[in-house]
Design a protein around this ligand. Sequence first.
Ligand SMILES: Nc1ncnc2c1ncn2[C@@H]1O[C@H](COP(=O)(O)OP(=O)(O)O)[C@@H](O)[C@H]1O
Ligand SMILES: [Mg+2]
Length: 311
Amino acid sequence: MKGQETPKRALEIAAAGGHNLLMSGPPGSGKSLLASCLPSILPPLEPSEALEVSMIASGAGTLEGGKLKRRRPFRDPHHSASMPALVGGGLKVRPGEISLAHLGVLFLDELPEFQRATLDSLRQPLETGTVSVARANAHLSFPARVQLVAAMNPCRCGHLGDAARACSRAPRCAADYQARISGPLLDRIDLHVEVAAVSAMDLTLPPPAEGSAEVAERVARARAVQAARYGEAGARTNAEASAEAIEAHAAPDEAGARLLAEAAGAMHLSARAYHRVLKVARTIADLAAAETVGRIHIAEALPYRHQPPRA
Ligand SMILES: Nc1ncnc2c1ncn2[C@@H]1O[C@H](COP(=O)(O)OP(=O)(O)O)[C@@H](O)[C@H]1O
Ligand SMILES: [Mg+2]
């Protein structure tokens, strides 16, 4: 992966803190390629996690060779996928993609092209980490603790922002296109990042100095800090931490608190959004091995907050 330093950094933060991520950018800018890099920087499954993942895979009949795998699952269902295919169910109840991605990554490419009802059915499992499927006489539940990674073009034709190629309805078309994703779903995505088109020049650059292995090492260190911090509290990552835990462990220093208060006013942050910014800032501080969340961490976290398009 050449260039794209900002999206790569967002991917590292997402991996380190278990945050959901949305990438937006024109076709061919490398969104799908970036998403496919995520498993290479995530820590391997713990043995007990590997067992959980294998049990789901065997229930779905997708366990290959019957061997436990240490690599986190990466599932990328097509946008034409039905609701039962995504969340589970059907006549002969089977776990859906969100359960097959348990403890790994669920990648939804071309997010606005998914059925709106299907996307909305993901909200509950994203919040609780389990999905329940209603049957005639019973409810079945499957585990579904996933990290959601989504990608989208900024508008239907994909060329918003490129004056030479944008359609005649820009920028109105972008607002319409983005409105296909519900606010509550967007609200659950901590990191929003723009992926700009790469120029031919960028592609002639030498390969990046840092490879996945170095990033994976930083991610693993940041994850170890989080596991020790939340301990028995159930959460393993900053993304999973409760509001109380975040207030206890991510309270920023004075300068950080001032910046966050100013931004909360200017960006009209809801209470939920406020906590989500703090979670991302906590992860950024963990990557830097910083004890306290400072102004610099808040400043890096804020631009990742989703802002509705200005039409
Ligand atoms: N920064 C980059 N470095 C190397 N190859 C890239 C880069 N960006 C895009 N590509 C290549 O361009 C093609 C299109 O990328 P893709 O990830 O499919 O774009 P998108 O999903 O944004 O439409 C892929 O074959 C990918 O390998
Ligand atoms: Mg793509």
